[in-house]
Design a protein around this ligand. Structure first.
Ligand SMILES: CC(C)(COP(=O)(O)OP(=O)(O)OC[C@H]1O[C@@H](n2cnc3c(N)ncnc32)[C@H](O)[C@@H]1OP(=O)(O)O)[C@@H](O)C(=O)NCCC(=O)NCCS
Length: 230
């Protein structure tokens, strides 16, 4: 299968991952979350989670740095980024009740992405989101969860057409945005800029049918543009 990535300017190549890539995927996951990222911000995954996805519960896309740099001449391509598209989902992960979708609507989850620290800032996560959108079936409700404390993650999802539809406790009680791309849109009647730190205010808007649709950088960090349903 061929996976389209962004124009390769940096000797990067893209391909679908399979079971033989498990060690590299798990090592990159551990490296990407490092010591500093708390479970409140990114859910640490087990090696078994990735083994299950690579074994058929989903699909993975990988980005490799080819061994043609001066420091890597002749080296094997190195996995520097990956994204997960999960098809078989546990019941607690079901987004449909939160967005009023029928219980039998097809869903798939963008269930995590990592970019190696040395390769950040090149919009690789955005490209990985777009690649997984292309891998999904037409008509799938696509969703992802993202912590309010992880602006890079939700900014990238907003930029690729995912909207914040709920703010709910996930993964042992940590608040996560439920971000959905389901082909629905609303005609904005009203707009409000919200801080990601204002959980109560955002929950009230979301319960009233508002959606978070874009990010704005301000003096106090990134804020979220909410629009009212119409
Ligand atoms: C999240 C992650 C995948 C993003 O990697 P990336 O594609 O290199 O993303 P970038 O560094 O280019 O950042 C994306 C955007 O967020 C912005 N951003 C990053 N950190 C930010 C911060 N603390 N505050 C505000 N904006 C921030 C960047 O400016 C960029 O916006 P721009 O494209 O308009 O310039 C990477 O940081 C990572 O692997 N983190 C650990 C694992 C993780 O959090 N995964 C996602 C959740 S599962």
């Amino acid at each position: 299968m061929s996976i389209d990535g962004p124009a390769a300017g940096d000797a990067l190549s893209w391909r679908a991952l399979g079971p033989p890539d498990l060690d590299a995927v798990y090592a990159l996951h551990r490296q990407a979350i490092g010591e500093a990222i708390r479970p409140e911000v990114v859910k640490p995954e087990t090696r078994d989670f990735f083994a299950g996805i690579l074994g058929g519960r989903g699909r993975m896309v990988g980005v490799f740095a080819d061994g043609d740099g001066a420091d890597r001449a002749g080296a094997e391509p190195e996995l520097v980024a990956y994204g997960v598209l999960q098809r078989v989902l546990p019941a607690y992960d079901d987004p449909r009740p939160h967005i009023g979708a029928p219980a039998d609507a097809p869903v798939a989850k963008l269930a995590g992405a990592s970019v190696a620290p040395a390769h950040r800032g090149q919009k690789l996560q955005r490209a990985l989101i777009a690649a997984r959108v292309r891998l999904a079936q037409p008509g799938d409700i696509l969703f992802a969860t993202s912590a309010p404390g992880n602006p890079a993650s939700w900014i990238n999802l907003l930029s690729e057409g995912f909207a914040i539809r709920a703010l709910v406790p996930y993964y042992g009680g940590h608040l996560r945005y439920l971000m959905v791309r389901d082909g629905t849109d609303i005609t904005p009647r009203d707009t409000r800029l919200m801080s990601p730190a204002d959980a109560e205010g955002q929950v009230a808007l979301l319960k009233a049918g508002w959606r978070g649709v874009a990010a704005r950088q301000g003096a106090e960090g990134a804020a979220i543009v909410y629009v009212s349903g119409g």
